[in-house]
Ligand binder design. Structure first.
Ligand SMILES: Nc1nc2c(c(=O)[nH]1)N[C@H]1C(S)=C(S)[C@@H](COP(=O)(O)OP(=O)(O)OC[C@H]3O[C@@H](n4cnc5c(N)ncnc54)[C@H](O)[C@@H]3O)O[C@H]1N2
Ligand code: MOO
Length: 402
């Protein structure tokens, strides 16, 4: 392994592409389905509504019986029964007949319209109709909402409340979903303290641990926080070994560079193999991609924005693939609010905030977590470009849309 032998991003992505993780499929009850990723196309097994039903409280009629109705000469129909919601009508309408019907009830045979009760006059066992009805009036036709065979959820689609509502509408209460890829997350550094503890001089709170776990959870995986490793080989080695047993993938933040306390690469090499150490991008140059016991291991830089940007570039595509999801990456064309400079020889991912059609560069640096949090996306500046001018048209890759 060569420490910090920088490779182009494409080479790093090739290595990621060569990883195979397939967590498999499981069936879960629908109440456990929210946020999960569908493992198959789901089609409607029934029509919704499953029968022609009344959309108003009133009278079911044969529309043709009412065609001659007028204010001056109302049509008279005999009320032969009633149907309430949940009942199956046991009769059919004959010529000149009507039936009382409730909203949501099934139309009796031969009925093709429902006139709301406000529009008729009931006189003993009959109704008087003053205006013609037309077929379909006051009726929700069988299958008009969802027809049998309609594709409800696509394989790879995330189940939100709209999807679970659709599945409920057609009576589905179990769903096949991809198992969550387990990602074991480690933070490193003597200065890193879990939130909730008091900070001593020189210490900072762990941002990456929570951020990575929840980014993984949001994607549909399972982020498992393993803890903070101290800057000593034994502590890091023990935690990485544990992480490899727990996760399908391991993500470590910090200690990725080549400093005396930056141990991640040498520990990965001891336990397995480092495939990449150093990518020609900014931020995120000191990034490691390795394999231990056949499992992908990522060593991301400690700087939160570098860490999260490289997570987006390298780990997200792997997890999306494991979940059978297509990465729908949104793009937007904008104009740069002001001139920016870039590092020659490194492809820069410049975080920007969108203000209408303007892309406002965020220049706090990759050590600031808010460079990532405040950004709507990034502008990719090629290795050969040293600056972009104010007003220049740029393509912004949006962070949302995973
Ligand atoms: N001589 C060089 N020094 C550095 C270089 C270099 O090329 N030569 N690269 C710089 C760049 S760029 C980056 S990015 C960082 C990344 O280095 P490491 O991955 O080794 O990260 P650390 O040194 O462990 O930490 C960097 C920074 O981030 C803070 N940090 C670490 N973990 C967390 C966490 N979980 N939550 C919040 N903040 C965290 C840490 O305290 C440091 O301030 O190296 C530069 N140096
Ligand atoms: O590579 Mo560092 O990640 O430039 O900020």
């Amino acid at each position: 392994m060569a420490f910090l032998k920088v490779v182009p991003l494409e080479k790093a992505l090739e290595v990621v592409q060569s990883f195979k993780i397939s967590p498999g499929i499981e069936e879960v009850p629908i109440e456990k389905g929210l946020g999960r990723i569908a493992a198959e196309d789901i089609y409607s097994p029934i029509d919704v509504p499953p029968f022609d039903r009344a959309t108003v409280d009133g009278y079911a009629v044969r529309a043709e019986d009412t065609f001659m109705a007028s204010e001056a000469s109302p049509v008279r129909l005999k009320v032969i029964g009633s149907v309430h919601a949940g009942e199956e009508p046991k009769f059919k309408l004959g010529k000149g007949e009507a039936a009382y019907i409730s909203t949501g009830a099934m139309l009796p045979g031969n009925a093709d319209a429902v006139i709301q009760f406000e529009d008729v006059e009931r006189v003993n066992g009959e109704i008087l109709i003053y205006k013609p009805a037309y077929p379909g009036l006051g009726v929700m036709k069988k299958g008009i909402d969802i027809e049998k065979g309609r594709l409800l959820v696509k394989k790879g689609e995330r189940l939100g409340f709209k999807q679970t509502a659709l599945l409920s509408a057609v009576g589905i209460n179990k769903v096949k979903v991809f198992r969550k890829p387990k990602v074991a997350v480690i933070s490193t550094g003597n200065e890193i303290v879990p939130p909730g503890n008091e900070l001593k001089p020189g210490q900072i709170y762990d941002i990456n641990g929570r951020a990575l776990c929840d980014a993984i959870n949001e994607l549909g995986g399972e982020g498992i926080f393993m803890g903070v490793a101290r800057d000593d080989k034994e502590s890091l080695k023990a935690l990485i070994e544990k992480a490899v047993n727990v996760g399908d993938v391991v993500v470590i933040s910090g200690g990725a560079s080549g400093g005396t306390k930056d141990l991640t690469a040498s520990v990965i090499e001891e336990l397995g193999e480092v495939k990449v150490h150093g990518i020609a991008i900014q931020p995120g140059k000191p990034t490691i991609i390795g394999v231990i016991k056949g499992k992908p291991v990522f060593g991301l830089p400690g700087y939160p924005t570098s860490c999260l940007t490289n997570f987006t570039l390298l780990v997200v595509p792997l997890l999306l693939r494991a979940l059978g999801r297509e990465g729908k990456i949104g793009k937007k064309v904008a104009r740069l609010k002001h001139k920016v400079f870039s590092v020659k020889g490194r492809r820069q991912f410049l975080p920007v905030k969108l203000e209408g059609d303007l892309a406002v560069p965020i220049l706090k640096g990759s050590g600031a977590v808010t460079s990532f949090i405040d950004a709507d996306g990034f502008v990719e500046i090629p290795e050969t470009v040293e600056s972009l001018d104010e007003g220049e048209e740029v393509e912004v890759t949006l962070f949302k849309g995973w």
